[in-house]
Design a protein around this ligand. Structure first.
Ligand SMILES: Cc1ncc(C[n+]2csc(CCOP(=O)(O)OP(=O)(O)O)c2C)c(N)n1
Length: 354
């Protein structure tokens, strides 16, 4: 019999910790008090780093910098859900993710000062380099996931990107390939509502980014990206699923960029101040503090101590960074290919010998 039926496809929305610091005990992930404190300390550390790096750029002490203020929970929540030998494929807004993944702070500063050696992954941690081109890291992650599957290593690849990147072909290619081959990859979209000045509504007609996963045959979840517990739970579950060979997941972290796009941007030219004020009420660190206070995990002395310790760690890294030797400009020629071409040799001589 011919049929005409409506099929319903749905995605989940997950929030565990609300803006008042109340938590849904049934949904709460299994985290000890000590783990919650470590998460809080990391959130504060990367917030302090973010502000310091921005200030240094303004003072002419750092080449460029991309802030992530407001998006800390997306990055720390993801990092805490992974094993060191899982792969991350970050975007330029992921300095916080790198730091939470044991990347030395001094190296993160080195990178933003134009020295690519800063992106060398620490031993036994699989941090791939930051991608400046929008969305190219998504396909790299799928390649790593495919290799892990073929080798049977049980490693998972996690890639981070903005909602702007979902309008690129790379996103489609990566999602489709991952779905077809049921690859161990987790796509984390930090939907911070803007791609530079382009608002979310101009990016896609779809109601959510998460629902895009349905077309590729796998699960999409939208989470409150300012709720550290929701991000941690969603990424943990997706990683576990991927590790068991059950394929990819797309996680849309619904969040907000509480800063300019970059150090060459002025967001007040395209975003109303009231909008930022509304989102500031949802911000991830204060929300966790409210929860921890209620649980007796945080008092003023501990809070102050965490902040001071974070400042100390960052200042120490800055001092170390400012002592580093800059890279040799000849490296621009030397390391493009395994061996220099005659033309590169000629250009190098012209530039440095004459
Ligand atoms: C392939 C490519 N095209 C264009 C750009 C210029 N560009 C830099 S950031 C950006 C917006 C990206 O927005 P989104 O993916 O939402 O990430 P967000 O910066 O908001 O975190 C664009 C178009 C680029 N870096 N790479």
């Amino acid at each position: 019999m011919p049929k005409r039926v409506l099929k319903e496809f749905k995605t989940e929305y997950l929030q565990i910790l609300d803006e008042q610091g109340n938590c849904d005990a049934l949904l709460m992930p299994n985290l000890s008090n000590e783990q919650i404190k470590r998460i809080y300390e990391m959130l504060v550390l990367i917030r302090v780093f973010d502000q310091k790096a921005f200030n240094m750029q303004r003072q002419g002490r750092l080449g460029t910098y991309i802030q992530f203020k407001g998006q800390e929970a997306c990055q720390v929540g993801g990092a805490f859900a992974l094993k060191d030998d899982d792969f991350i494929f970050p975007m330029y807004r992921n300095s916080g993710l790198l730091i939470a993944r044991k990347h030395p702070i001094v190296q993160v500063l080195q990178y933003w000062n134009g020295d690519e050696r800063g992106l060398k992954s620490p031993p036994n941690v699989n941090n791939f380099p930051i991608s400046i081109p929008v969305g190219t890291q998504e396909v790299h992650a799928v390649g790593a996931a495919w290799a892990a599957k073929l080798k049977g290593t049980k490693q998972v690849a996690v890639t981070y990107f903005g909602e702007g990147a979902t309008s690129k072909g790379d996103f489609h290619e990566a999602m489709n390939f991952a779905g077809v081959y049921a690859l161990p990859v987790v796509f984390v979209c930090e939907n911070n509502q803007y791609a530079i000045s382009v608002p979310r509504k101009s990016q896609t007609r779809a109601e959510t980014i998460a629902q895009k996963a349905i077309a590729y045959g796998f699960e999409g979840v939208q989470v409150d990206g300012m709720d550290i517990f929701a991000v941690y739970k969603a990424v943990s579950e997706a990683v576990e699923k991927a590790r068991q060979g059950k394929g990819p997941t797309l996680i849309e972290c619904f969040t907000y960029r509480m800063c300019d796009h970059s150090t060459s941007d002025d967001a007040s030219r395209y975003r109303p101040k009231e909008e930022l004020e509304e989102w500031a009420k949802k911000e991830p660190i204060e929300r966790l503090e409210k929860f921890m206070r209620k649980k007796g995990l945080l008092d003023e002395a501990y809070k102050e101590n965490v902040l001071n310790k974070s400042k100390e760690i960052i200042e120490k890294s800055v001092t170390e960074f400012e002592k580093l030797q800059p890279p040799d400009p000849k490296d621009i020629f030397k390391y493009v290919f395994a061996e220099m071409t005659p033309q590169q040799k000629e250009e190098m001589e012209e530039m440095f010998v004459k």
